[in-house]
Design a protein. Sequence first.
Length: 126
Amino acid sequence: MHARSLFLSLTHILYTLSLKCVLCCIFLRTVAAQLQESVRMNRVHIRMLRRAANKKKGGAFEAPGAAAHRRPPPPAALKARRGSAPLPPGWEELRDDASGDAYYSNTALGVTSWDRPVDKSAIPIL
């Protein structure tokens, strides 16, 4: 009888621990999703502030040190070639006020890029 009660108490402990692990995983996934949403909203907010500053001052708004990270403008031939394919759904082409270069934004994903996105479904598979 003693061995059976020990087995039952160990089974209960393992069940309780596994339940706690599952609840912990659910909690961590929820926190990660909230953090991702917060980062996305911060990016949207920064973009809105930049646009408002551009309209207000007539110039470009840059965070400190942003000029050091700016890529040089692409050659004219590359610029002409980029505009030939349509943008994937959700993407829009915008112009940088300071340089006049095109950059691309997807507000649903909270992503901006200097490189033109490619619709991978439109590329033929050889």
